[in-house]
Design a protein around this ligand. Structure first.
Ligand SMILES: [Zn+2]
Length: 132
């Protein structure tokens, strides 16, 4: 299963970041999943708990949050961006096929909430706010 492999990779990455930063426990991980990445968010959530419990040292009680990113394509001929899922490879503005995907394929770790060894309070490390 595709999603399980992705989950294992994320856990490996988060675990090693956490270890380097003397983190005691990882409380929550937020992922950005592109609309055309081929990853099904509910499958990720389904195997997350199991994988954390069995494959991780610092993420035993870690929650998973998923932010879905809309897929967008860009047309080279008329230089506009459009909704990939709705229109596919053909530009809806000029009919050109000279288009490419700008966003929609990503599986990014967006945000991690951790507890440090020294202090018990939860610290949040984040670049931008996209709370729902
Ligand atoms: Zn166009």
């Amino acid at each position: 299963m595709h999603e399980l492999g992705i989950v294992f990779n994320i856990i490996k990455e988060v675990d090693s970041i956490a270890e380097q930063n003397k983190v005691k426990e990882v409380k929550e991980v937020t992922l950005e999943i592109g609309e055309v990445s081929g990853v099904i968010p509910t499958y990720l959530t389904d195997c997350w708990k199991w994988a954390c419990l069995h494959r991780s040292k610092l993420m035993k009680n870690c929650e998973l949050k998923v932010i879905e990113l809309k897929a967008k394509s860009f047309c080279e001929d008329c230089e506009t961006a459009y909704d990939t899922v709705k229109h596919g490879r053909k530009c809806p503005n000029c009919g050109s096929a000279k288009t490419y995907l700008i966003t929609g394929k990503e599986t990014n770790i967006k945000d991690i909430k951790v507890v440090y060894e020294e202090e018990e309070n939860v610290n949040e490390k984040s670049e931008s706010k996209t709370d729902k």
